[in-house]
Design a protein around this ligand. Sequence first.
Ligand code: HEM
Ligand code: HEM
Length: 221
Amino acid sequence: MRSEPFLEKEPLTFNEAHSAGIRIWHWTFFIVITGSLLTVLMASTTLRTGNNTAMVQQQLREKAVSVTTDQASAVAHEFNDKIWDLHKIAGYVLSALVLIRILLEIAQPGEEKLGRKIRRALGFQPATPEDNKDRRHYLGVKLGYLVFYVLILLMALTGLGLAFEDVPVLKTFHQPIKSTHAFLQYLIYGYIVLHLGGVFLADMRRHKGLVSGMIHGQKRV
Ligand code: HEM
Ligand code: HEM
């Protein structure tokens, strides 16, 4: 027996309930990813080895000790390593959060599942050009979440690949794993800029209360 195609008539709306699980996940993830991005920023600027080598030499010179650039660079590098260690710790937490998000998708009530929202939007039959525009917007946003989840999963996998570089097979692929991890960061930054811009604009214009909805979880009246 052939099943009927899934045709959705209920209008698509961003005025949706958000479970406690997804809200706690979202804001915890926001804090941890911000911390992780700060470690990258610090490691690439203030605590960059090359930016501190001359300072180490200068400080020691003032204490009447003379060291070579190589020796000073080794000291500066230690501080850089420390910040990457913090990045690694934040990375383990992020990786655990990615796993939790997958488990949440399985455990959430049907109507809150991202997969179901996407399928619903794909099956929606717009009656007017306005409905069609809303459908495209809704689908774009929800597919954007899916793309982000794939990106962050790849980030976690490549990050773990770097963190466990002593495992022989990971050592073999160290360079491609590192380049992939370094490249994906730009897609993550791009997504965050789009997401923040999107939710701020939406909340100011047609979807007032969208952000507080992600805090209290209820549908807006
Ligand atoms: C938003 C997510 C993340 C961003 C933007 C990010 C960014 C970066 C960048 C730019 C580097 C330097 C790569 C290079 O040397 O060229 C790096 C290194 C690294 N990342 Fe991430 N990362 C993220 C998530 C993770 C996760 C989830 C882990 C998992 C443990 C992780 C673990 C590592 C490790 C171990 C290194 C090598 C650090 C070292 O050189 O000692 N990262 N990351
Ligand atoms: C910068 C790090 C952030 C990341 C990576 C991020 C990521 C996400 C993701 C993946 C979702 C989809 C959740 C789901 O599966 O349903 C989401 C939803 C949402 N986020 Fe963020 N978020 C961030 C920051 C923020 C901030 C700072 C705000 C508020 C100012 C915000 C407001 C929202 C809102 C309102 C939704 C729900 C929108 C909807 O109903 O479709 N996010 N975010």
